[in-house]
Design a protein. Structure first.
Length: 482
C-alpha cells in the first residue's frame, strides 16, 4: 500500500498505525489481542483526522462485480479491506492468499468486503483487458477496480481504521479484521454486494507459463498432493527443466520444487515446506527448506562434477538465485546469488548483487547463467564460476535509480528500445543468441553477442521482432518479416 493518502503524510499517524501491528503480534492471548484492537478502533473511529470521505470516482472499470461499488450504497456499514496492488509484483501476489482467508472467514456474513485497487506501474498494466486476465490467472474472487489514473492512491472513503504495508504483517491483518467485526457486531450490514467471479477462459490451457512437451501431469485441481500423475496436484507451476526421464518443476504458489518421473508416471516433492518462507540463506535439506515463489529452474553441473547434478532456481519471492543439489555436495548453501533486497545491482560479489523478481533462467555451456529479471526489466549475466553479476540488456541508466519501473533498454549509438517486464530468456547454443520474452511489450526480442545478422536464417519465420545488436549501430524495431 502507499503512504500517499493525505492522512498518512503525518509521521505520528503512520507510526501509530504501523506500531499497532507489533502490539497485535505481541499479545499473549486472544483476549489481550482483542483489547489492543478494540482500544485502537475506539481511539480512531470518531477522530476527524481518520475520516477520508471521497467515494470511488465514476467511470472506472470494475471486475468480479455486477456494478461499480460505492461507500454510500453497497459498502455502507461494512468493513472494507482495500488492497492496493499491481499484478506484475510478486509481493502483491503473496498477499492474495491472506485476502482469500479473510474472504472465506466472513463470506457467510457479508460484513467484510475485500476490494483490489489495481495501481499500475507500467503502461500495459493500465489496460483493463490485461487486468482482467491477471484477475483470472491469479484466481482473484473479490471485486477489483482499475485505478489507471492513480486517483484512489490519494483518496479513500469512510473511516480509516488501519494500514498495513507489504508482507510482514499479514497475520496481524487477519486478526485486525476479525477484531473489527467483533467490535462493530450488529452494527454491520449483512447485505450482499453481488460478486460475480470472472469465467475461466475456454480451452484445455489456462494461462500457461512455460513450454515443454512431455505428457499431461496433475489432476487439474490446485493443491500439493504427491502420487500418480493423474492424481497429484500443483498450484500455478511456472518453471520446468528436464534431465533424461525426469522433469523438475518450480511449483510456484506451493513454494515447492517437484519431480515428475516420466517413466513411472509419479510426482514427488523434493524441496520446500509448502508454505511461503523468508529465509535468505538456505542450506537446509529437502522438504525442511522453506522457499518463496520459485519461478524458474534450469539444470546445472557443480564444479568438479562430470554430469548435471543441481538445479539453479529463480527465487522470485526473495529476489535471489538459489541452488538445489540433486546429489550430496559440499559446494555451497542454498543461496547462490543475491542479497534479498529488491534492486537492480550488479556486483563482483554474489552476496552484494541484487535482483528484482527474477523470473527466467537459461544457462550456456561455458558457464554463464542468463537471468530475466522482470521488475528491473533487465537481462543479467551471472558467472557460474564465481557468482559475479553483470547487466547485459535493459535497466535504468543509473542502476540505483528507484522506482525500478524507470527502465531503459540497452542504448545503441543511434537510438534506443524500451523493454518492459522480461519474464523469459532462452540461450541458443548453436547460434549463440539470447531470445528474450519482452512480456509487457508483447514481443519476442533477440540479442546477438556476435552481430552476424546476414547469417541468421529465421527472420522470415517470425512476424515481429525487436532486434538490438551490441557493438553495432543497427536497430531493428517493429519490422514485419512475414
Amino acid at each position: 500500500m502507499s503512504s500517499a493518502l493525505p492522512i498518512l503524510q503525518s509521521q505520528s499517524i503512520r507510526t501509530q498505525l504501523l506500531a499497532l501491528n507489533d502490539s497485535i503480534r505481541a499479545a499473549q492471548s486472544e483476549p489481550d489481542r482483542q483489547k489492543v484492537i478494540f482500544d485502537h478502533i475506539s481511539s480512531v473511529e470518531n477522530n476527524p483526522l481518520f475520516q477520508v470521505n471521497p467515494d470511488f470516482p465514476g467511470g472506472l472499470q470494475w471486475f468480479n462485480v455486477a456494478e461499480p461499488l460505492s461507500y454510500d450504497k453497497q459498502l455502507r456499514g461494512k468493513i472494507v479491506v482495500l488492497d492496493f496492488f499491481t499484478y506484475c509484483c510478486i509481493n502483491c501476489v503473496h498477499v492474495l492468499p491472506t485476502l482469500a482467508r479473510i474472504e472465506a472467514s466472513h463470506r457467510g456474513t457479508g460484513s467484510v468486503v475485500v476490494i483490489g485497487v489495481h495501481s499500475a506501474k507500467f503502461q500495459n498494466e493500465k489496460l483493463s483487458e490485461n487486468i482482467r486476465n491477471a484477475v483470472g490467472r491469479n484466481g482473484i474472487s473479490h471485486p477489483v477496480v482499475n485505478d489507471a489514473g492513480i486517483e484512489l492512491w490519494d483518496r479513500l472513503g469512510g473511516s480509516l481504521l488501519h494500514y498495513v504495508v507489504g508482507e510482514a504483517y499479514l497475520e496481524e491483518l487477519v486478526h485486525f479484521v476479525d477484531g473489527a467485526v467483533q467490535y462493530y457486531g450488529k452494527e454491520l450490514s449483512l447485505d450482499p454486494i453481488g460478486v460475480t467471479k470472472l469465467e475461466p477462459p475456454a480451452g484445455c490451457l489456462r494461462y500457461p507459463g512455460k513450454v515443454q512437451f512431455v505428457m499431461s501431469n496433475g489432476s487439474g485441481l490446485a493443491g500439493k498432493t504427491d502420487g500418480r500423475s493423474s492424481e497429484a496436484q500443483f498450484n500455478a507451476p511456472q518453471g520446468i527443466a528436464q534431465f533424461r526421464s525426469t522433469l523438475y518443476v518450480a511449483d510456484t504458489e506451493n513454494h515447492l520444487l517437484r519431480k515428475i518421473d516420466i517413466s513411472a508416471g509419479t510426482i514427488s516433492t523434493i524441496a520446500g515446506t509448502g508454505r511461503q518462507g523468508n529465509d535468505l540463506e538456505g542450506g537446509k535439506q529437502g522438504c525442511t527448506q522453506e522457499m518463496s515463489s520459485p519461478w524458474d529452474i534450469v539444470m546445472g553441473t557443480a564444479p568438479g562434477s562430470d554430469h548435471p547434478n543441481l538445479l539453479y532456481v529463480a527465487m522470485a519471492g526473495t529476489h535471489q538465485l538459489w541452488v538445489h543439489f540433486l546429489e550430496d555436495s559440499m559446494w555451497l548453501k542454498g543461496r547462490f546469488c543475491g542479497s534479498g533486497e529488491e534492486a537492480n545491482r550488479n556486483n563482483s560479489y554474489p552476496a552484494k548483487a541484487a535482483f528484482a523478481q527474477p523470473s527466467g533462467l537459461s544457462a550456456t555451456s561455458d558457464g554463464i547463467l542468463y537471468v530475466a529479471d522482470s521488475e528491473s526489466s533487465t537481462i543479467r549475466a551471472v558467472s557460474l564460476t564465481n557468482g559475479s553479476v553483470k547487466d547485459m540488456v535493459g535497466g535504468a541508466i543509473d542502476p540505483l535509480v528507484k522506482p525500478l519501473c524507470l527502465w531503459v533498454m540497452w542504448m545503441a549509438k543511434e537510438g534506443s528500445v524500451v523493454c518492459s517486464i522480461l519474464l523469459g530468456v532462452a540461450w541458443c547454443e548453436k547460434r549463440r543468441i539470447v531470445y528474450i520474452a519482452d512480456s509487457y511489450n508483447h514481443k519476442f526480442s533477440l540479442w546477438d553477442q556476435f552481430p552476424l545478422w546476414d547469417q541468421f536464417p529465421l527472420w522470415d519465420q517470425f512476424p515481429i521482432w525487436d532486434l538490438v545488436s551490441p557493438g553495432s549501430t543497427e536497430l531493428f524495431q517493429e519490422r514485419d518479416y512475414q
